[in-house]
Design a protein around this ligand. Structure first.
Ligand SMILES: NC(=O)c1ccc[n+]([C@@H]2O[C@H](COP(=O)([O-])OP(=O)(O)OC[C@H]3O[C@@H](n4cnc5c(N)ncnc54)[C@H](O)[C@@H]3O)[C@@H](O)[C@H]2O)c1
Length: 298
């Protein structure tokens, strides 16, 4: 997508972290931005904060788990600004299965993680793409996937992110075959310093965990890695440049390149998949995270 100014973007999960940074970046690039989030209070604060800089943003409370809520988001955005030119499907939650193996994760956990991270993106596509095709003006779809969507492991979260990647790749093909004036990208960050480790705050009551304690943020090892990750504003800057250059796979963390190469080498080797022992894995992780000393974020 080459022209941003004067156009309208909708960003889901815009009250915090990467979504908030994306909303700010797009508004600073002179887009009208509809910020959508399930958390009403944080959304109000986020919208007010950006308006203090005279940025053209508005807020709509929307729950991506609920199809009607996304349809309402679309209707509100269209009523306020007319044609919508960009959808950043960014709302997401980090799974919190404790030490459960993937087959032990209960239905509520699957429904929540897949519901927000995958189904929420699908609802957005189903609602916004027909409108973008109909108005025919240059438009863009970006999904916030994760490095977890390109690598293996990572439990329910990894499954949900692989699903969104496959969905977005599929949509990109279909839009291409339809000759639609809509470009597509997938944002695949490594660790970013956001509130994703506190995702439980957004779990609806009807999908509460039926067993297993939630891992508290203070003792969650992921939290300390997140705090040392990239800043959301860095991710938003990289994403914006990549959209402008029509890059599909937006890889924000070069440290993961080696892991990606290794994954595809293993696939192409046609050999038995040798998984590391617990000790080898611990050694590898220690080495990987020590790379941060070289100044690069993970
Ligand atoms: N932080 C990271 O290290 C990282 C890395 C890779 C990918 N991601 C992805 O980035 C995206 C944004 O997460 P973040 O890290 O900024 O976390 P965050 O918790 O700071 O922000 C996520 C936002 O999504 C909102 N949200 C949650 N459930 C929702 C729902 N049902 N409907 C609407 N909004 C909802 C939250 O209220 C929050 O404002 C997610 O898709 C996440 O998987 C994050």
């Amino acid at each position: 997508m080459k022209n941003f100014a004067g156009k309208t973007a909708v960003v889901t999960g815009a009250a915090s972290g990467i979504g908030l940074a994306l909303a700010e970046k797009l508004a600073r690039e002179n887009m009208q931005v509809v910020m959508a989030d399930v958390e009403e209070e944080s959304l109000e604060v986020a919208v007010e904060d950006l308006r203090k800089y005279q940025l053209p943003v508005s807020g709509v409370v929307a729950d991506v788990l609920v199809e009607e809520s996304i349809q309402n988001l679309f209707a509100r955005a269209k009523a306020e600004y007319g044609n919508i030119h960009m959808l950043c499907s960014n709302a997401g939650v980090g799974a919190n299965p404790g030490d459960k193996a993937i087959w032990e994760v209960d239905k509520n956990e699957w429904d929540w993680v897949m519901g927000v991270n995958y189904q929420g993106v699908l609802h957005g596509f189903q609602t916004f793409i027909p409108h973008m095709i109909e108005h025919g003006e240059e438009s863009h779809l970006m999904t916030t996937v994760s490095a977890a969507g390109l690598l293996s492991g990572d439990g329910t979260y990894g499954v949900s992110k692989h699903a969104v990647l496959a969905l977005t790749e599929g949509v990109n093909w279909d839009l291409h075959l339809h000759g639609a004036n809509i470009s597509v990208s997938v944002l695949c960050p490594g660790f970013v310093d956001t509130n994703i480790d506190k995702s439980e705050r957004n779990r609806p009551g009807h999908l509460s965990q039926s067993r297993g304690p939630a891992v508290e943020a203070e003792i969650n090892p992921v939290a300390s890695l997140l705090r040392r990750g990239k800043k959301p504003s860095e991710i938003a800057d990289i994403a914006f440049d990549a959209i402008n250059e029509e890059v599909f796979y937006i890889l924000t963390h070069p440290l993961y390149d080696e892991l990606l190469r290794d994954r595809f080498d293993k696939i192409l080797s046609r050999k038995p998949l040798a998984l590391p022992s617990a000790e080898e894995r611990a050694q590898f992780m220690a080495k990987f995270f020590a790379l941060r000393d070289d100044g690069e974020s993970f």
